[in-house]
Design a protein around this ligand. Structure first.
Ligand code: COA
Length: 314
């Protein structure tokens, strides 16, 4: 097996592998667009396992800034991991991930992380490679009766001119948390370059003429709200009430609650918190002086300070 970079293989082979395993893939033009902007991708863009000229597995390594109990650091992230179904169980994904870990070490990174589901084959593969869950991911629900919108507040769609405001609110809300608190200032701009419709799910919470919060909503996926970011608790309550007024089927649902403070805010509004549900972020240590078993503590998973909002899914 040889390890190749995106530029060393036929882009069509990468596309084929993506479609086969994820049902969707990026063509060369999209890869070019993304890698020319998004600073979280490495120079190689993606790594491939190749055998007898066949491209059999893929890893897209990322560089991600996080905050742990020892401060802000850059870690490795594994995205778009897949292997050809004809060779599953033959160690191609494992060997390619190990090669990616070596690359991360070369770059001075001490930890590798990934987001996955405990429901899929990959979970067992990552666990076998030593990865552990960092924190429970929870959901919340509450039956709602139609409410009046809180006075003085309204929601509006997000525009590109809101990106700086969204970032400011996110920074204020995550100031005392650990984990994915270091979203790059331009992350949403890069997401829009990846997908023009990306901002469609974002709403800005307005108190009179001031933007005091933002949230995401995906009603077509059964998710009333996620990433409800409003540093002031009154504004948070108002944002939730506005979304409850819109909830289909009289039940409001909240996805991806990771921080204990967010869970407490929803609980106080009458929500039942459930979980952990299958989504999870896992990590492994790449160096001798950090024990993998200590990573949940370092990332705030055991103290309730861990945060990862859906915008920071990778
Ligand atoms: C997830 C995926 C990449 C795994 O690929 P794979 O080629 O089967 O992985 P490997 O053969 O390298 O498996 C690594 C090891 O885990 C073992 N393993 C596989 N499934 C396992 C499971 N459910 N539990 C425990 N071990 C498992 C393998 O036997 C192998 O053992 P070895 O290291 O002793 O050789 C592949 O199934 C895939 O492409 N899935 C679709 C896309 C996807 O869901 N990607 C993950 C997104 S997060």
């Amino acid at each position: 097996m040889r390890v190749r970079t995106y530029d060393e293989i036929d882009p069509l082979a990468a596309f084929r592998l993506g479609v086969l395993t994820f049902g969707i893939a990026w063509d060369e033009a999209k890869v070019r667009r993304v890698r020319s902007h998004d600073r979280t991708y490495l120079e190689e863009f993606a790594l491939y396992a190749e055998e007898h000229g066949r491209v059999l597995a893929q890893v897209v390594p990322r560089r991600l800034a996080v905050r742990t109990t020892s401060g802000v650091e850059e870690i490795g992230g594994l995205a778009a991991v897949c292997s050809h179904p004809a060779v599953w169980g033959r160690g191609f994904a494992r060997r390619l991930i190990e090669a990616t870990h070596d690359r991360f070490r070369e770059l001075g990174m001490r930890v590798s992380a990934l987001t996955t589901s405990r429901n899929i084959r990959g979970y067992g593969v990552y666990a076998k490679l030593g990865y552990v869950d960092l924190a429970p991911f929870r959901q919340a629900i509450r039956p709602v009766t139609r409410r009046k919108s809180p006075k003085g507040y309204r929601l509006r769609s997000a525009r590109r001119s809101d990106l700086a405001t969204i970032h400011r609110l996110y920074r204020a809300q995550t100031r005392r948390m650990l984990g994915w608190t270091e979203r790059p200032e331009r992350a949403l701009e890069w997401a829009v370059i990846r997908n023009r419709e990306y901002l469609d799910k974002y709403r800005i919470v307005m108190r009179d003429t001031n933007a005091v919060g933002y949230l995401r909503t995906r009603p077509h996926d059964g998710i009333t709200m996620e990433e409800v970011v409003a540093p002031d608790v009154q504004d948070f309550r108002a944002a939730v009430a506005l979304m409850e007024a819109k909830a289909e089927a009289g039940i409001a649902t909240v996805n991806w609650i990771t921080a204990r403070s967010d869970a407490a805010r929803f609980r106080r509004l009458g929500y039942t918190i459930d979980g952990p549900f299958p989504d999870t972020t896992m990590a492994v240590s790449l160096v001798k002086d950090i024990r993998t078993t200590d990573l949940p503590r370092r990332f705030g998973g055991t103290s309730g300070k861990f945060v990862q909002y859906p915008t920071d899914d990778f």
